[in-house]
Design a protein around this ligand. Structure first.
Ligand code: ADP
Ligand code: MG
Length: 326
């Protein structure tokens, strides 16, 4: 029997109306499970419901309905046990910028009930593990963004949790610091069998870091699997056509729709994306058809399906457009 570190079933969460906004159904029957020792990425654009999910699973918020077990404990019935079994690294850092890295870690250990001695030992261990030993005595406000984020993750690990929740761990980091943190997370899950649930709105991060992906859209999981399996489930190739003018009257869409072996055409402004059986034969056919009608084109590219194509397939819009709408 498979063991799950996280099992959430049919979570619904509605935020009440404010003065300007109507009530908002942030989670609309979200179901997700994470196997023990797995790194699961919850991928979705801003506003998809990722942080709301994490807050419910970490007992910081309550769902209107649905159920969730974390480390085997019910989040509603045994919130204390859940809290003792998990580490939570919020989207915004919770470290004290005026205190040193070491002080932050020691304080966190004390809050979790470790003795002074144990706290200090654990703090040194974690500084070492994250390559922060030589910076341990500096105030956190002097740390780079990448160092701060590593310290945040270390703070989530002080009490040796079974499940670690990372909400947008690399948002705002430069590519190098981001890659560095990815390596740390992979190492943690590999060496210690830690289960990690992380949220991200970076397609590349989801692709590189997560063993398993769950794609969230409007408070629901629309697709799940390994990044490879999700991409492989789309047959053929993706064609992107960048037009000089937007296809406002649908001429281009209709024109390309008549070509053989082309389908699932989506137009967003000046770009048109479609799935084709074979990229190599589709490109000349697409260019020929556009040239016949004297429709100017900036570029046509063909590629293997990406996670963005997976997202498009399941939501009807590209990730970029979903982000812009948020
Ligand atoms: N405390 C809140 N009150 C009202 N609306 C909220 C609150 N928190 C989040 N929302 C709304 O719920 C939706 C989901 O938010 P969130 O879970 O933060 O998404 P994500 O983390 O994927 O960006 C968004 O539309 C957001 O504006
Ligand atoms: Mg969020």
């Amino acid at each position: 029997m498979a063991t799950y570190a996280v099992e959430a079933v049919d979570l619904v969460k509605t935020y009440p109306a404010g003065r300007k906004n109507p009530p908002l159904r942030a989670l609309d029957g979200l179901t997700v499970s994470v196997g023990e020792g797995v790194v699961l990425g919850l991928l979705g654009p801003n506003g998809a419901g990722k942080s709301t999910t994490v807050k419910i699973l970490t007992t910081l918020s309550r769902a209107d309905s649905g159920s969730a077990l974390v480390a085997g404990y019910d989040v509603n019935r045994s919130p204390d046990r859940v809290r003792r079994s998990i580490g939570y690294v919020p989207q915004k850092s919770s470290s004290d910028p005026m205190a040193t890295g070491l002080e932050n870690l020691v304080l966190s250990g004390r809050i979790f009930g470790l003795s002074r001695q144990e706290s200090l030992q654990r703090a040194r261990e974690l500084l070492d593990r994250f390559g922060l030993t030589e910076h341990g005595d500096r105030p956190v406000k002097t740390y780079s963004g990448g160092m701060q984020r590593k310290l945040d993750v270390a703070l989530g690990l002080v009490h040796r949790p079974k499940v670690l929740f990372l909400d947008e761990p690399t948002t705002g980091l430069d590519p190098e610091a981001r890659a560095d943190l990815w390596n740390e997370v992979v190492r943690l899950s590999g060496q210690e069998g830690l289960t990690v649930l992380l949220t991200t709105h970076y397609l590349e991060e989801a692709d590189r870091l997560a063993g398993q992906l769950a794609i969230v859209d409007h408070g629901r999981i629309v697709a799940e699997g390994t990044p490879e399996a999700l991409k492989a489930s789309l047959r053929g190739d993706s064609v992107h056509v960048e037009l000089v003018d937007p296809d406002t009257d649908g001429t281009v869409r209709a024109l390309l729709g008549q070509l053989p072996g082309i389908g699932e055409i989506v137009v967003e402004g000046n770009t048109l994306r479609a799935r084709v059986d074979r990229g190599a034969t589709a490109v000349p056919a697409v260019l020929g058809a556009l040239e016949d009608k004297a429709i100017p084109v900036v570029a046509v590219t063909v590629s293997r399906p990406s996670l963005d194509d997976v997202y498009l397939q399941h939501t009807g819009r590209s990730f970029r457009v979903a982000e812009e709408a948020a």
